[in-house]
Design a protein around this ligand. Sequence first.
Ligand code: MN
Length: 245
Amino acid sequence: MSHNRRKFLQTVSLAIAGTFTAAASAQILQQTITQQTKEIKKMTHEVAPLGYAFDALEPFIDAKTMEIHHDKHHAAYVTNLNNALANYADLQGKTAIQLISNLNAIPETIRTAVRNNVGGHVNHTMFWQQLKKGVAEPTTGKLADAVKTSFGSLEEFKKQFADAGMKRFGSGWAWLIADGGKLSIISTANQDSPIMEEKTAVLGVDVWEHAYYLKYQNRRADYLAAFWNVVNWDDVAQRFAEATK
Ligand code: MN
């Protein structure tokens, strides 16, 4: 083989190899993009771990209720939310808070499903963080002062809050709302969130029967009385500080 011919073949094979490599790279890149897109499209909402044992709130809230409430009820809201969003790629990148803050932007065909299930997700995510046994009630500090200014006393606040929970007909929540430093109480039906009304909750209690029926049956008042033993006041104070800064 002549030197020129050998040189020519070398050049051609290098060129072919080069082309092949570029094509292979492009293909790998395309596969990566496809994979990433698939991952973005996958289930975007998840139930966070409870963060404490199911029996941590005994005897006020029993372990079985906590297990079913977190692993079945909360999980079902999240599954149903993901299912509702399955064909809406543009909504899948949004956080739960973004979705609940602007329900009017949700197509009507899935709006009720998103409202119920993202509400359930957001409400329960907050609820788990607000439960802890043995946290002292606020007696000093910004939250204690605001409770006193808004309700007269902590006892009076507790009475009005439980009352809101009792008066919520059917399923829903009672909430302590911070509007700047001013505190007030509202309740919402079903899984509606105060965020839907542009309100900031610093404490919420779930008064759905699933939250108390195993232990308290129809005695919602007893559940609400026991609730004060498991309020994580540190979490409430932190949320209040956030709301007022
Ligand atoms: Mn619940």
